[in-house]
Design a protein around this ligand. Structure first.
Ligand SMILES: [Zn+2]
Length: 134
């Protein structure tokens, strides 16, 4: 069940999240405060992975409004538009290894590996147990 961030659901966000992230890192660049569209359980898993990986998770894309998603060439069905995906800057092979290990350990099973970032989502409408490249 998807649960967006509201005053009511905020309490379900683990303290770990606040150790490593600011809400606005997950904003769609065109809408301030749109991090509220992120799914709480997705963010808790990202925070867990960040803690396990022990390396910085620079979020290059979190929530995307449909307009911003179209602008950056995202597919219309992008998991970013439902707040259940993020891209993490990962330019080196070491960072990719640490992040992949930690994301798998956190329970993620949908991961895209690009030249300098890793996409991860837990979109329930899509295939599980897949890793792809760009
Ligand atoms: Zn992505």
């Amino acid at each position: 069940m998807s649960q967006n961030i509201t005053k009511k659901t905020m309490k379900n966000l683990n303290k770990t999240f606040h150790l490593y992230f600011e809400y606005n890192e997950f904003d769609s660049p065109d809408i301030k405060g749109s991090y509220e569209n992120m799914d709480v359980s997705f963010l808790n898993k990202i925070a867990y992975a960040r803690k396990t990986a022990g390396c910085a998770f620079k979020i290059t894309s979190g929530y995307r409004s449909p307009a911003h998603n179209a602008k950056v060439g995202g597919v219309p069905s992008s998991s970013h538009t439902i707040g259940r995906a993020c891209d993490i800057y990962a330019p080196t092979s070491r960072q990719k290894f640490l992040m992949l290990s930690a994301l798998l350990d956190a329970g993620f099973n949908r991961i895209g590996v690009a030249n300098n970032f890793i996409h991860v989502d837990d979109d329930p409408s899509k295939s599980e147990d897949v890793i792809w490249t760009y």
